[in-house]
Design a binder for this molecule. Structure first.
Ligand code: NAG
Ligand code: NAG
Ligand code: NAG
Length: 328
């Protein structure tokens, strides 16, 4: 009998897998993407942060040097592809640019030295004078496209956009076309105001925190410390406000972003005032990278991402934390 039970376990496991694969319904994100006011603001910074699949196609056809298309998703994951069908596809000619390729090993969120990041982007056909469009799984994963967008924007690329609706909008559009290849020539000119570090945030907090709008893009339970993703301590940076990045999407499952005025009003309620430095963080600077793009789209300036984020802050035990569930 004893020798039989592993066989039984395997048999049950295989049956469950077949059932899951063949019988359970697939959750195909049914995006009903409208052309929400993607260019609604009157700030030049906000133009083209998000572009539609038609605009991407237009670049493929008419941009003099074509368009570099970056796929920000992590490695192909057959389980995700199965449960969300469009996720198994990709845009022709796109290059895989997952955020982990750019981080210092062991640090998780921190960016590699700039020459290394430049070299990786060149290998991915990034040129200074060719537009770049980054896509991902939109609201279905972790907002990875926002992280890659932020990296290029911080490094001074002048023409980078996120594909609105990600791979799903491409898949549903039926359009064809492709991104370009070749060895890129990207040279970075980083803008230090677009990146935040623990020291800088700690200094602004020490100075009273009045000039800082610190946004925590994680869930409420990560914010209060009850959920922890392999972090040294649970909680948040004192003074941060909680605004889960998924709340930038309309609550109707359409995949649309909320109306910009609704988002601005919410940020206002949370205490965002003119002249403040905005810094977003999450666990490793990925979800906050998406929020960085949202801030730019909404027309705010002086926006930064803290790439090391909570992994970094929590590991520096000399830095204060808060586990207060409301806004501290
Ligand atoms: C345009 O700018 C004005 C002045 O800064 C601001 O009040 C208004 O909300 C902006 N409009 C949009 C759509 O962002
Ligand atoms: C990006 O490049 C495209 C194609 O060359 C061009 O039409 C567009 O105006 C550029 N956008 C910016 C912000 O420079
Ligand atoms: C951004 O905010 C920082 C911190 O308050 C400030 O030192 C800097 O001058 C601001 N930059 C701009 C362009 O307003």
């Amino acid at each position: 009998m004893f020798q039989c039970w592993p066989v039984l376990v395997v048999a049950v496991g295989v049956t469950a897998l077949v059932y899951w694969y063949d019988v359970l319904p697939k959750d195909d994100p049914d995006y009903d993407l409208q052309e929400v006011v993607l260019q609604s603001t009157n700030s030049s910074e906000s133009a083209g942060v998000f572009i539609t699949v038609e605009e991407l196609h237009e670049l493929m056809v008419n941009s003099p040097k074509g368009v570099t298309v970056l796929d920000a998703r992590n490695k192909y994951n057959p389980i995700v592809a199965r449960s969300k069908p469009g996720a198994g596809k990709s845009i022709p000619g796109s290059h895989r640019a997952s955020w982990g390729m750019f981080t210092v090993s062991g640090s998780r969120g921190d960016l590699k030295p700039i020459p290394d990041v430049e070299a990786i982007f060149r290998d991915l056909s990034v040129y200074n004078d060719v537009p770049v469009v980054v896509y991902g799984s939109w609201k279905e994963e972790w907002g990875e496209e926002g992280r890659i967008y932020w990296q290029l924007d911080y490094l001074g690329h002048k023409n980078v956009s996120i594909l609105y609706g990600g791979i799903f909008s491409w898949d549903e559009s039926g359009l064809d076309g492709k991104g370009i290849g070749g060895k890129g020539d990207f040279v970075a000119s980083p803008n230090p105001e677009k990146i935040s570090s623990a020291d800088e945030i700690a200094d602004l907090i020490d100075a009273g925190g009045d000039d800082l709008f610190l946004l925590d893009a994680r869930t409420k339970t990560e914010f209060d410390g009850s959920t922890q993703y392999n972090v040294a301590r649970g909680g948040h940076i004192p003074g941060a406000v909680s605004f889960h990045w998924k709340e930038v999407f309309a609550g109707d499952g359409s995949g649309n972003l909320k109306d910009p005025d609704v988002l601005r009003a919410r940020l206002d309620e949370l205490g965002l005032r003119d002249g403040m430095k905005i810094a977003a963080y999450c666990t490793g600077g990925v979800r906050s990278g998406f929020f960085y793009a949202v801030f730019k789209w909404l027309g705010y300036s002086n926006v930064s991402n803290y790439p090391g984020s909570w992994w970094d802050w929590a590991s520096r035990t000399e830095l204060p934390i808060s586990t207060f569930a409301g806004h501290s």
